[in-house]
Design a protein around this ligand. Structure first.
Ligand code: HEM
Length: 391
């Protein structure tokens, strides 16, 4: 691997705004940038470069490293860890469970969970909306989404919350420990559904067990990996996205006031906030051969982070890209990726964030930030703590 000059520092402390300032500079001065942090990686910061890489899985594989920093794991977790066509049977099995008509069925249950978790938080008057709410909601939702029965659902919620915090705090020992526990839970779910199958139309595990590829069932270890993948990939982004949304609205009371007066625009606001504060910046590919992007030579084997958080503020794609514009004519942000690995769970992610915001706005008159915002690090963007005062 070639020795490289450092274009930017990726491991230092960050604020809520500093990553956006860095990416703005990189887009202008060095859009394909090298950092020696996190084991060394290229960062693509321009929208078009990212779309091109996502559209070319033959050259840019996910099988070696699909996030920066690389997660130490010996196991394969479809569909993200496989390139097409190998990844396709797993996606085909799970994607129908997230379609719009299914999300409409899920809406009352997700709203109930959001309200149950929010009520005690709002009642305190002051609370950390991340630690006390947004860390919890996604794993509560997934426990129901996977039809996990009572006692075991509590385990999923407990372990999922600890895993979520450990991952964001880069506590590798605890990540490994809780990851294995999540594998154990995924295995128990599979055993349960083998004994007591549910309809593949509304149960992800039953859908994976019922799926056939070239006439054969999907291999057990890969079904295990898929369930484990979903348990994790589905909990992190909503956590930080809700935190970012609350920071933006606390800083911009005029936007809060507008949405309180026009609750029917909350879905559009969520879409714009997901563009402005994109929770994933470190999903990655590895070049299979030497390639040139934006005049820089990337060698075979080097990791390339697709900085969605930057692409979504690319001035060449979005007019006044740093502005919150709920009526923005161009909405094709890459918050949920693009191409063969685009997020199948986008509908469930959007649903949680929208319902959380609807319920916060309906139950408060206002809120403000009353302490320090602690930020996550690569591969995510967004806050880990947001102390708020509600009234
Ligand atoms: C705000 C919430 C979410 C965001 C921003 C998000 C974002 C993303 C992105 C950017 C990718 C593409 C990764 C790549 O190309 O390397 C992805 C993939 C994926 N997401 Fe999401 N996600 C969210 C919520 C969820 C939820 C709730 C689930 C389901 C439980 C989920 C399941 C998945 C899966 C299984 C993949 C891998 C798909 C594949 O490899 O074909 N996501 N997500």
């Amino acid at each position: 691997m070639a020795s490289r000059t450092e274009d930017f520092e990726s491991m230092g402390p960050e604020t809520f705004d500093s990553p956006h300032e860095l990416f703005r500079r990189l887009r202008a001065e060095c859009p394909v940038a090298w950092s020696s942090g996190w084991g060394g990686f290229w960062a693509l910061t321009k929208y078009d470069d990212i779309i091109n890489v996502l559209s070319d899985p033959a050259t840019f594989t996910t099988t070696i490293q699909n996030v920066v920093p690389k997660v130490a794991t010996s196991r394969r977790r479809p569909p993200l860890h496989l390139d097409p066509p190998d990844h396709t049977p797993y996606r085909r099995a799970i994607a129908p469970l997230f379609r719009d008509s299914r999300m409409a069925v899920w809406e009352p249950a997700v709203r109930r969970m959001a309200v149950e978790l929010l009520e005690p938080v709002l009642a305190k008057g002051e609370a950390d909306i991340c630690r006390e709410f947004s860390y919890r909601l996604p794993i509560h939702v997934l426990a129901e989404f996977f039809n996990i029965p009572g006692e075991q659902a509590n385990r999923v919620r407990d372990i999922g919350s600890v895993y979520n915090i450990a991952l964001q705090e880069r506590n590798d020992t605890l990540v490994q420990e809780t990851s294995e526990q999540l594998y154990g839970i995924a295995k128990d779910i599979i055993d349960l559904r083998k004994r007591e199958p549910l309809s593949p139309d509304d149960d992800p595990t039953s859908a994976l067990l019922a799926a056939r590829h070239e006439g054969q069932p999907l291999p057990d270890d890969m079904i295990l990996g898929t369930i484990r993948q979903m348990l994790v990939v589905g909990i992190i982004a909503p956590t930080t996205a809700i935190g970012s949304m609350m920071v933006h609205l606390a800083r911009n009371p005029q936007h809060q006031a507008y949405l309180r007066a026009h609750p029917e625009r909350i879905g559009d606001a969520v879409e714009e906030l997901l563009r402005l504060y994109t929770p994933y910046r470190g999903f990655a590919r590895t070049a299979r051969r030497d390639v040139e992007i934006g005049g820089r030579k990337i060698c075979a084997g080097e990791a390339i982070a697709l900085v969605f958080t930057s692409a979504n503020r690319d001035e060449d794609r979005f007019k006044d890209a740093d502005q919150f514009d709920i009526d923005r004519p161009v909405r094709d942000h890459v918050t949920f990726g693009r191409g063969p690995h685009n997020c199948p769970g986008a509908g469930l992610g959007r649903l949680q964030i929208r319902l959380a915001l609807e319920e916060v706005l309906a139950r408060t008159k206002g809120f403000e930030i009353v302490g320090d915002i602690e930020m996550t690090r690569w591969p995510e963007y967004g806050p880990l703590t947001v102390p708020l005062r509600f009234w």
